[in-house]
Design a protein around this ligand. Structure first.
Ligand code: GLU
Length: 295
């Protein structure tokens, strides 16, 4: 895999999960990233986000390549696949464990729901990963010894903030936040603790998580500009924390508007009516798709 130093200039990527058909929202993300790279003489990469082995299917992956090719996009081969990257994820988990920032958690979704809605907890708080973890499994003492396997591991956000210390946390937004802010977006350590909390970095069934993998893979691919939907804007705060803890540079971020259906709802994977395949079959051209997306 090409390291940052081997590729000059801007590097961006499209990182689909092969768990369903490519729809208009994906096409928008992919074309925006591709056009940005083309305009700047940069590189557009693909990464297959297939850590969810239960849901990822080779047929969907094949369909993604076919649809992207049909749209006129090209990219260097081989593509990065998250299913090949487990050793890198394990190494990062070891580092975070050795820093005393992870702890095992055996809570089910239901346990979290119940603990978070206990009267003394007040109103349950919702973060980018669902309910903010109420801390049931968080140990008082730093966990030591060998990192446990086959269990979920959470990041102790308060300790992570102590470790980072007074350094200002921020990232550069080139697209738009949900409130349309651009430029340097500051991240408040207090809000990280109260609004995001102890996120899961290794899921029991995966040995990693979206947040950890995306940060490590963007760094390994030398991505300078992440183009993705605004639904991931809040998660960027988590990604910046992981980049600081692991000594990785933060890319610039361009969060784009979400493509909605005719009733204003966000498109979902199962929304086959807006699958690129369906448009192709009904005789639309790639130019028609671009026109539909305002590109
Ligand atoms: N794999 C994610 C998705 O399909 C994209 C993640 C990202 O661009 O950071 O929604």
């Amino acid at each position: 895999m090409a390291a940052r130093s081997e590729r000059a200039g801007l590097i961006t990527r499209f990182a689909p999960s092969p768990t369903g058909p490519l729809h208009l929202g994906h096409a928008y993300s992919a074309c925006l990233a591709f056009d940005l790279a083309r305009k700047q003489g940069g590189t557009f990469l693909i990464r297959i986000e297939d850590i969810d082995r239960q849901r990822a299917r080779p047929e969907w992956e094949a369909q993604i390549y076919e649809d992207l090719n049909w749209l006129g996009l090209t990219w260097p081969e081989p593509v990065m696949r998250q299913s090949d990257r487990q050793p890198a994820y394990e190494a990062a988990l070891d580092r975070l464990w050795d820093m005393g920032l992870l702890y095992p958690c055996s809570c089910s979704r239901r346990d979290i729901q119940e603990a978070a809605s206990a009267p003394q907890e007040g109103v349950p708080r919702l973060g980018p990963d669902g309910l903010v973890y109420p801390g049931t499994c968080r140990p008082g003492e730093l966990p030591t010894g060998v990192r446990p396997r086959e269990t979920a591991l959470r990041l102790d956000m308060r300790r992570a903030m102590q470790r980072i210390g007074p350094e200002r946390l921020s990232f550069v937004e080139c697209g738009g936040s949900p409130g349309d802010e651009t430029g340097e977006i500051g991240i408040s350590p207090e809000a990280l603790v109260s609004e995001i909390g102890d996120v899961v970095l290794a899921r029991r069934d995966m040995g990693t998580s979206y947040h950890l993998s995306v940060v490590l893979d963007d760094a390994a691919q030398g991505v300078t500009d992440v183009v993705r939907g605004r639904d991931l804007f809040e998660a960027t705060r988590i990604h910046v924390v992981l980049q600081r803890l692991l000594g990785l540079a933060s890319p610039r971020y361009l969060h784009h508007r979400l493509i909605r259906d005719d009733t204003g709802k966000r498109l979902a994977k199962r929304d086959d009516a807006r699958a690129i395949r369906t448009y192709r079959d009904s005789g639309l051209s790639p130019q028609d798709i671009r026109a539909k997306l305002g590109l």
